[in-house]
Ligand binder design. Sequence first.
Ligand SMILES: [Zn+2]
Length: 156
Amino acid sequence: MAQYRIKMNIQEIRNRYAKMVSTIEDDGIYDGRGTFDLYQCEKCSREKITTYADKGVTPFIIRCDCGGNMQHTKTFKSVPDYIRVFKWKRPTLEQTIKLSDGQIEHILNGGLVLDTDIYTPSSESVKKSLEKIPKFIPPLTRQQRRKMERESKKKK
Ligand SMILES: [Zn+2]
């Protein structure tokens, strides 16, 4: 089935972004700056602590690396220094344009994304260096080898 992507026009994104940025500080939405939120995975119970680098809207549920959902369960006033804290940030206009349509809509509605999801030249180079690492391919089993031999004979 064909999937249609309706790409928002850049000028429209630019206008809405400027308007959102100019009104967000006076907007009556919750300001989480200076607090720390705990997200817990329902599946693997991994935890993630986040804080707000900007004022904005954050999701109640985020995706865990295991594929499960992490739910916001607690809010703290402070956390010990040794804990890794992820930051909710407002991407710049340039960074916003590089996100998916759904994320762009979220940003234009005052939404924030985790710093790890924001495109930066360094995150791109990290991604590229990871792509260069060859995938481990396990050696073929005897059965697989026979199957390949049979298939190559068929082609002849
Ligand atoms: Zn998980």
